[in-house]
Write a protein that binds this ligand. Structure first.
Ligand SMILES: [Mg+2]
Length: 250
């Protein structure tokens, strides 16, 4: 291409880019696509599999220590969230994103609970089997729909998880805190596991900004890796609209 025609093309491109119609059009470009990098990390990276294995490995070691020190090991319980802690739901999120559908509206979720086939998070099976063999009660406390409970029970059983029973799978209805309190009436909860902070404590169930919650994390730092075990989830969470900090070069 000659220099002159290159210049002409550049001018045309510049005028198109600055035209109001282009601006309107570009704002219509699939917004859900902005989730793609996070989903790629969450679903495909070897690093997340390593992180998940690492987290479960530490949790198992920690549980072994707790059992060893316990005077009544038959009373011990672990409370586990399901989605993105035990179950990998990324195929639904990828499908929605590829259809330019914002999955954070959660209007496709119930259908996924009923018909979907989530995979296990790496390490989940081994950890739950270990807890089960040690006689530790496992309670799956999740905000999945209670009306879909039969489907969730079927999904968990098909994945070969232990203690998948009506009274060990506590789904949305009362708050997670209330469900934890009901478990505490007959068991001693020694470990809480989840990808979202309200999975471990109700104090994180707030509408505050991420800095407020980061400060709460700092205040509770002694819990992490002790009795609170957190899993990585880059695909959704309370943080998704947090403003970013930029480098102001001087
Ligand atoms: Mg979760």
């Amino acid at each position: 291409m000659k220099k002159q025609s290159l210049l002409f093309s550049a001018l045309v491109a510049a005028s198109l880019l600055s035209s109001p119609s282009f601006a309107a059009q570009s704002s219509n470009i699939c917004q859900a696509k902005s989730y793609e990098m996070a989903l790629r990390y969450q679903q495909q990276s070897a690093e997340i599999a390593a992180l998940q294995l690492q987290t479960y490995h530490f949790a198992e070691q920690r549980l072994a220590t707790i059992i060893e020190k316990s005077k009544a090991p038959q009373k011990l319980a672990v409370v586990m969230d399901l989605d993105e802690t035990v179950l990998d739901n990324s195929p639904l999120l990828v499908r929605d994103m590829q259809n330019c559908h914002d999955y954070t509206s959660w209007d496709t979720w119930s259908d996924w609970e009923r018909k979907g086939n989530p995979n296990l998070i790496p390490g989940a099976k081994e950890f739950t089997q270990y807890a089960n063999q040690q006689g530790v009660a496992i309670f799956y406390v999740s905000d999945r729909y209670n009306e879909n409970k039969a489907y969730t029970l079927k999904t968990l059983a098909a994945l070969g998880l232990p203690q998948v029973k009506e009274d060990h799978v506590l789904l949305y209805g009362t708050s997670k805190e209330e469900r934890r309190n009901s478990i505490s009436k007959h068991h001693k909860i020694v470990m809480l596991m989840g990808d979202s902070l309200p999975d471990v404590s109700a104090q994180f169930k707030n509408k505050k900004d991420t800095q407020y919650n980061r400060d709460l994390v700092e205040k509770n730092r002694q819990h992490f890796g002790e009795d609170w075990i957190i899993f990585p989830n880059a695909s959704y969470g309370a943080w998704t609209k947090a403003p970013l900090t930029t480098w102001q070069e001087k």
